[in-house]
Design a protein around this ligand. Structure first.
Ligand code: HGY
Ligand code: MN
Ligand code: MN
Length: 397
């Protein structure tokens, strides 16, 4: 099987141009946005040109299907609100290139997928969560984004691209190439990461409802200030999590919306995202207990209301040993002595697909470990090396 590096890189740059942010190589392609749908239509054309049959399911997951049983490869082409050009897109275009090279070599059969809303505009990897049965369609349809738009409303924009459900039993396994999105390979100077396992995640919205009031005339001791509650919650939580977390445990309050968000008004309401990740399900559960206890205590002590949104979560998952070892052999052939086995601190569609079939993942370095930012980048020879490893692994399998 012969990978055409130039053809692969041209498709990657052509995809980057759809929804280009105009800052660094960044993209803005949130799930179901015009740019996202334009990119999916472009991908469908490239899949057809590669001799694949295109099917798009109700969530907007776009598949390029080979005849008969095939190995599925891909990732996602939607982005964070400020996304890098490679997060997801690399895996989709790498899969397309391997599928083409495999066809040109007379086999094996490789199918390609771009999952929808991996970046969780509506939840957590919602496209592959619904496809894999982790989340049912009507539970997904009522999820809303930070602006209150429901997934049901948003996915209607897919229009007549939708052809119907895609049967997972046609696939023998799933392999996803992705940028590391962290500092490990960049600082070690290694070129390839063979993923051992993917962390689990929990994500929910928390709301403190206090009393909106005048910022000048309301004495401090009479205030029911929702932002003060978030601030105290965060400080107490950092202290209390200390004795249950490890150095690789992470937790993030990434989105806070204050109402009415005005400088002369004591905020009456604060809605914020509480997300935490770890490789151990028990630790995720212990952290949830501490989070709920701490929020409860802050609300009671300040005499304000507390409510929770839907708790979304995925369990940690180990990669399939056979697929993982095929990637390790490919890594040793392409980058002898310049690769390592490593866990994934980022979440991926592979976690959901693992419910249906064996999965494995491969990483290439992120320059300065930056991702989920316009500056995200990887040296092009590392990108091509990743595709070469995929091709060797697929041929070996
Ligand atoms: O957040 C994540 O881990 C993924 O990149 N959406
Ligand atoms: Mn991703
Ligand atoms: Mn991402």
């Amino acid at each position: 099987m012969k990978i055409d590096g130039a053809r692969f890189l041209k498709d990657l740059h052509d995809l980057r141009a759809i929804g280009a942010a105009g800052v660094s190589k960044g993209v803005v392609r949130p799930a179901y946005s015009d740019a996202d749908i334009e990119a999916r239509q472009w991908l469908a054309d490239r899949m057809r040109a590669a001799g694949l049959r295109v099917e798009t399911d109700a969530m907007g997951n776009v598949f390029g299907l080979a005849e008969g049983p095939s190995i599925l490869m891909g990732s996602h082409s939607d982005s964070q609100p400020e996304g890098g050009w490679l997060d997801g897109a690399l895996g989709v275009i790498a899969a397309l290139e391997v599928a083409r090279a495999a066809q040109e070599a007379g086999g094996p059969a490789v199918s390609v997928v771009s999952f929808q809303d991996e970046e969780g505009r509506f939840g957590v990897t919602t496209g592959s969560a619904v496809w894999s049965g982790q989340l049912d369609q009507d539970a997904a349809d009522v999820l809303t984004d930070n602006a209150g738009v429901s997934l049901a409303e948003a996915r209607a924009a897919m229009g007549d691209m939708v052809t119907g459900p895609v049967d997972p039993t046609q696939f023998t396994g799933y392999i996803e190439l992705h940028i590391e999105q962290g500092p490990t390979l960049d600082s070690s100077g290694e070129q390839i990461g063979v993923v051992s396992d993917i962390v689990g995640i929990r994500d929910m919205k928390i709301t403190f409802s206090g009393q909106q009031n005048h910022a000048g005339t309301t004495p401090m001791q009479l205030r029911k200030d929702a932002f003060q509650a978030v601030s105290e919650f965060n400080t107490l939580l950092n202290d209390r999590l200390r004795n249950v977390v490890t150095p690789s445990t992470v937790w993030t309050i990434g989105h806070v919306s204050l109402h009415p968000n005005a400088s002369s008004i004591v905020p009456g309401k604060a809605v914020f995202s509480m997300q935490w990740r770890d490789g151990d399900s028990d630790r995720l559960a212990r952290m949830e207990t501490i989070i709920r206890e701490t929020a409860d205590e802050v609300a009671k002590s300040r005499g304000i209301e507390l409510s929770y949104g839907t708790l979304l979560g995925l369990e940690p998952v180990a990669m399939d040993a056979r697929l993982r070892d095929a990637l390790a052999q490919g890594a040793e052939a392409v980058a002898p002595g310049k690769w390592r086995k490593m866990p994934s601190g980022a979440l991926h569609d592979a976690t959901n697909v693992a419910r249906l079939m064996p999965v494995a993942m491969l990483f290439v370095p992120s320059i300065n470990g930056i991702s989920h930012a316009f500056e995200e980048d990887t040296d092009e020879h590392d990108l091509v090396a990743g595709v070469e490893v995929l091709a060797k692994a697929v041929a070996a399998l």
